[in-house]
Design a protein around this ligand. Structure first.
Ligand code: ACO
Length: 325
């Protein structure tokens, strides 16, 4: 009988651009306060890509760190998936641009667009490739320059987001790794969270609102809390596990209140949820791999631990991954 094949995390990496924008800086830009931002979101600062610095630049830095941790050469990679909502160009995909930077040729490379759930979606796709024997070493990256689609005069959104990248190298292994992934979408909520224009749908005027993120934050908040609890339950049930079996919640970093609410419903102590949102705000598809990388590097996440990754974002899209690290 053939041995079961798992996708095992071989290495992780994270990168945040140098420039930091604090809540105090934002106080000078819009009618907001450090106190409001901290209380409502937990965010203290965000990183902003330098002029000319692109999503692929951030993705490359995170990838180099993941390769280093895994002790692998880029030539080992046989599939590249980049989750991003803010690609460098309309085409080629950011994954193809990243492939060029890594100086590897021929392996498939493509982008996935599922906004804040993008990394979990990409992980799910990568896992299918590994389980079916189509790939043996997959680079999965979540990378964003969200600062480019933010209206810096809109206090409802500009305080919430930042730029960054996180990367994970998955290798085919007989040892346990990804146990299951669960991805979903419901397109009926488009108007609650979207950028009204893009490539095919051009802005009808030169108003900044049409080219930047629009969000009905309060309604998104309620949907996020309920959906994230549901997906955690779905994931545990699919694996015949109980809440107590989870060692670490590695959630999308949108809002500290959402993370704490989800952890509470899972009966996890506050320090079992990996929290990085205070340092870099919501980096969309980069947020889960950035949190994962931090907790692996500082030693909180150890080999053998059970991890629940989960995310919710524009689309709406949502998803989870249960991983034996
Ligand atoms: N500073 C000061 N006051 C503000 C600010 C600000 N930056 N932003 C909004 N306010 C005001 C509002 O105008 C409102 O004032 P009013 O009562 O006079 O009308 C008041 O604060 C309360 O606003 P709410 O929107 O009800 O505040 P809430 O507690 O819901 O917090 C927030 C807002 C932080 C946006 C929250 O709703 C949230 O985190 N939503 C979810 C975001 C999310 O998870 N997005 C999903 C992923 S993002 C993606 O996929 C790209």
């Amino acid at each position: 009988m053939n041995q079961k094949v798992y996708s095992r995390i071989a290495g992780t990496g994270g990168y945040l651009p140098e420039k930091i924008l604090t809540n105090a800086d934002l106080e000078k830009m819009v009618d907001t306060s450090d106190e409001w931002i901290r209380e409502r979101t937990g965010i203290e600062q965000r990183h902003i890509a330098a002029e000319g610095q692109t999503t692929c630049d951030l993705a490359e830095q995170a990838t180099l760190k993941a390769l280093d941790m895994a002790g692998l050469e880029a030539s080992a990679i046989d599939l590249i998936i980049v989750a991003t909502t803010t690609p460098d160009k309309t085409f080629p995909s950011t994954a193809c641009l990243l492939q060029q930077r890594l100086a590897i040729h021929g392996c498939p490379a493509f982008d996935i667009q599922a906004v804040c759930s993008g990394f979990v979606y990409a992980l799910s796709v990568a896992d299918q490739f590994i389980k079916t024997g189509m790939a043996k070493c997959v680079l999965v990256v979540g990378a964003e320059t969200l600062s480019r689609i933010i209206n810096w005069t809109d206090r409802n959104t500009c305080v919430l987001f930042g730029d960054g990248a996180g990367a994970v190298l998955l290798e085919a292994s007989e040892q346990e790794g990804i146990l299951s992934t669960h991805i979903h979408a419901d397109g009926q909520y488009e108007d609650l969270l979207h950028v009204p224009s893009g490539i095919s749908k051009l802005p009808s005027s030169d108003s900044i609102e049409e080219r930047t993120m629009n969000m009905k934050g309060n309604e998104v908040f309620k949907m996020a809390i309920n959906t994230l609890s549901r997906i955690a339950k779905e994931t545990l049930e699919a694996n015949g596990l109980q809440k107590e079996d989870i060692d670490w919640l590695v959630p999308h970093q949108a809002n500290l209140r959402i993370i704490n609410g989800t952890a509470k419903k899972l009966k996890l102590s506050a320090d079992q949820a990996v929290i990085t949102v205070h340092k870099h705000a919501n980096t969309s598809s980069a947020s889960v791999p950035l949190a994962l990388d931090e907790a692996i590097r500082d030693g909180r996440i150890q080999r053998g631990h059970m991890l629940l990754l989960e995310a919710f974002g524009g689309g709406f899209t949502w998803g989870s991954a249960l991983i034996r690290y």
